[in-house]
Design a protein around this ligand. Structure first.
Ligand SMILES: [Zn+2]
Ligand SMILES: [Zn+2]
Length: 381
């Protein structure tokens, strides 16, 4: 921080709120450009900045910790950039001082605001991209006057009350001297012009609130929570001014079958024990339709089969992630007598029935001999 607010007001760091107010009263009177001259404008701004921060206990605490809440770069979310010194000043000295400098009249055409809306799509739509039509309620150009605000397309005329300045100036004599002040013109609301025959549809605003359909192209590979920007599809501004942008918040619905992990998809299939033991070919659903996958003989619980390029499209690219099929093996239950006999016969042939020792005993869950990543590597090769 290059300026010390305490020094500017000429007070100590332990000053009370009363002392701060008194100091501000004194300093602002001393440096007000209307009294001290335009060369003191910077000084006057400093005084106001100092008061804005030190008179607010929250801002003062931050300032004492080395953060200037009036500097946008300080990243203080709650800080309102202080730009209308007149507001503070007039609290002390009345309205007369505000807007002392002559100002430009406002433009009739204002830029429209940005609009934010939401769109929910499926994971499959996110995988391949999708074209959607959404309906938004927003300001559009008035169809009757095409934004001019005039019923008969007449140009606005100069305001006779303020001669087109948009402001009315008054000079007052006070104890502090002669003070010139200006306020927006009542007749033209500060525009400097008036519309003689306001459009009936929009009351001279040049825009009307309507429901509008907007076509949006959601790019392939989009992630949940991303925003798509449609330039100039937001609100049309007052006086038919240029439209703001439309931002569409994308929500990707979770899928019942597939889970997304970055650009890859994962799914789980449950298969009979015999398929895992003997090997089997099966068909699974994918976003690209039915696909055949091969379960090798000796497949273990949670083994992974990788189908290349059946995952999500990578954003801004033509390439695709992969599909990981996790295999879960079902141990059969409710066996018939005959089936039990077959399993017992199988176990005896493996010499498993007489044994009392487990296959292994370890301090950690025993999955497979190979780690998950080894198995993925195997599956990829
Ligand atoms: Zn209109
Ligand atoms: Zn006027």
């Amino acid at each position: 921080m290059d300026k010390n607010y305490y020094d500017i007001l000429g007070i100590s760091e332990t000053a009370s709120q009363d002392e701060i107010k008194r100091a501000y009263r004194k300093m602002s009177r001393k440096y007000h450009p209307d009294l001290a001259g335009p060369e003191f404008e910077e000084k006057f701004k400093d005084v106001n900045n100092a008061f804005d921060v030190l008179s607010d206990p929250d801002k003062r605490r931050l300032y004492d910790q080395g953060v200037d809440p009036n500097q946008a770069s300080a990243g203080f979310a709650g800080a309102q950039q202080f730009n209308n010194f007149g507001d503070i000043f007039s609290q002390f000295f009345g309205q007369g001082f505000t807007n002392a400098a002559p100002q430009e009249h406002m433009s009739r055409q204002q830029k429209g605001r940005d609009t934010l809306t939401n769109l929910t799509i499926s994971l499959q739509e996110a995988a391949f991209g999708v074209q959607k039509t959404i309906e938004i309620q927003t300001y559009s150009l008035c169809p009757d006057c095409q934004g001019t605000g005039s019923q008969h397309n007449k140009k606005p005329i100069q305001c006779p009350d303020c001669q087109g300045t948009g402001y009315k100036q008054t000079i007052r004599h006070t104890l502090l001297g002669q003070i010139m002040s200006s306020a927006p013109c009542d007749r033209c609301q500060g525009y400097g012009t008036i519309i003689e025959d306001p459009c009936l549809q929009c009351q001279g605003q040049g825009r009307v609130k309507v429901k509008r359909k907007v076509s949006i192209k959601v790019p392939a590979g989009i992630n949940d929570g991303m925003r798509v920007r449609l330039a100039s599809q937001g609100e049309v501004g007052e006086g038919g001014g240029p439209a703001g942008d439309l931002y569409v918040n994308i929500t990707v619905k979770p899928d019942k079958v597939f889970t997304r992990q970055n650009d890859d998809l994962h799914c789980w299939v449950k298969v009979p024990m015999a398929w895992a033991v003997l090997g089997h070919t099966l068909d699974i659903n994918t976003f690209d339709g039915s696909q055949s996958i091969e379960i090798n003989a000796g497949t273990q619980q949670e083994d992974v089969i990788v189908k290349k390029n059946l995952g999500m499209t990578r954003l801004n690219s033509d390439s695709r992630g992969d599909l990981y099929v996790h295999v879960q093996i079902e141990i059969p239950i409710n066996l018939t007598t005959h089936q039990k006999e077959l399993i017992e016969e199988f176990a005896q042939s493996r010499k498993e029935t007489d044994n009392t020792d487990p296959i292994s005993q370890e301090s950690q869950p025993i999955k497979n001999k190979k780690s998950f990543f080894d198995r993925i590597k195997d599956a990829l090769n």
